[in-house]
Design a protein around this ligand. Structure first.
Ligand code: NAD
Length: 349
């Protein structure tokens, strides 16, 4: 088992292994970078095949959070934690409290929140052991509408840059996955006059969006070949890959899903095909903004302004990518690095 030599190790500040004898807790907290502030990122509870997979996941996910917080302009660093095991079998309130004690020993350097396999109720149990947790039942609640609103802003920015218009009336958008975020994104787009083509593995979700937003349903694999202006992936990761890229007729890829590019080189491939890509961690940062805002001086107006700023951030990325003749994904990474590689305080001095 290796951390320092793991391919995804990226100079992470801390990788903390936590264990609790009584509850059987085994967890790893990855803190990638705290130059901009404490590391915020969710707790993933997952039945990993082996510990090396858990290390890989925590290293990769915590690094991703640094980039997301930095590009969004939040005074936060990047961290993430994984709890090893099947949550359906081993998760108990006591185990979550024990996990809270591991977090507490880091004195606020890491702040946790919900992720795959953990719930708002779990955050409440963690809160019994540490104040360093967001997304409690008394907090800001479901982040999906906020994420969708940010994604909507991102689509507007991409349309402005690529199609040279502010007008969304009759814009054709294909949405892959109309779950929590996809549903609200369809709502915003419909209200703006866009025409929706949708798909989902869940027929009930499809029916609802057809009924409420006059969407046209298509088969799961047919979503790529639609004659649309925008393809919005809002389900799985890695849908931009060698099999799909040449099928995509849209001039814009802009959706909420995480890790849309199967590999980094697919950012270049989209560019080569004349498709403008809104980097996923930039356009879907609304959820992070929402969780980050959960402080005693929470102000919904500030949250709204930050989410709407996703538009400006993307315009900056698109313009710089054009000037430098680089993929937008490459430019977003460099911009994020410029923002987190120097400690915020040092930069201000
Ligand atoms: N919820 C948030 O605030 C948030 C924030 C940032 C990023 N994201 C990302 O956005 C995406 C959607 O998140 P969500 O919270 O809406 O999840 P969700 O589970 O509510 O929705 C995903 C939807 O995709 C559908 N789906 C699954 N496989 C599919 C397939 N092969 N083809 C078509 N549809 C498929 C599911 O049935 C579901 O309706 C995820 O990638 C998530 O990581 C979400």
């Amino acid at each position: 088992m290796s951390v320092f030599n793991a391919p995804d190790f990226d100079g992470h500040e801390n990788v903390v292994f936590g264990h609790d004898e009584v509850t059987g807790l085994k967890c790893i907290i990855g803190i990638h970078n705290t130059n901009r502030g404490p590391a915020l990122g969710g707790s993933r509870f997952w039945n990993y095949d082996n510990e090396q997979d858990a290390i890989t996941d925590v290293l990769r996910l915590s690094k991703g959070m640094t980039y997301k917080a930095a590009i969004t302009g939040l005074d936060l660093g990047g961290g993430k934690s994984v709890i090893i095991g099947d949550p359906k079998k081993i998760k108990t309130p006591d185990l979550m409290r024990a996990f809270g004690r591991v977090i507490d020993r880091l004195n606020g350097k890491y702040i946790t929140a919900e992720d795959v396999g953990t719930t708002v109720a779990d955050m409440d149990y963690i809160r019994e052991s540490t104040p360093h947790v967001r997304g409690k039942s008394t907090g800001t609640g479901n982040p999906s509408p906020v994420t969708a609103y940010g994604t909507f802003q991102g689509i507007k920015a991409a349309v402005k840059h690529q199609l040279k218009t502010d007008e969304l009336t009759d814009l054709r958008v294909s949405v892959q996955g109309v779950g929590n975020v996809g549903y609200y994104l369809c709502k915003y787009l419909h209200e703006a006059g866009a025409k929706l083509i949708i798909t989902d593995i869940n027929p009930e979700s499809v029916k609802r969006v057809i009924a409420e937003f006059e969407a046209t349903p298509v088969g799961l694999e047919d979503i790529y070949v639609q004659n649309v202006d925008v393809y919005a992936p809002c389900a799985l990761g890695a849908t931009i890959n060698d099999q799909t890229i040449d099928l995509i007729k849209a001039k814009i890829v802009a959706g909420a899903a995480n890790n849309q590019l199967k590999e980094e080189r697919h950012g270049q491939a989209l560019k080569d095909n004349g498709i403008l890509y809104a980097p996923d961690y930039v356009i879907n940062a609304g959820g992070l903004i929402n969780v980050a805002s959960e402080t005693p001086d929470y102000d919904p107006k500030v949250v709204n302004t930050q989410v709407e700023n996703i538009y400006n951030t993307l315009i900056e990325i698109f313009q710089r990518a054009e000037t430098e003749n680089r993929p937008t994904s490459f430019v977003a990474d460099r911009m994020a690095e410029e923002r987190f590689k120097t400690p915020v305080q040092a930069a201000a001095e």
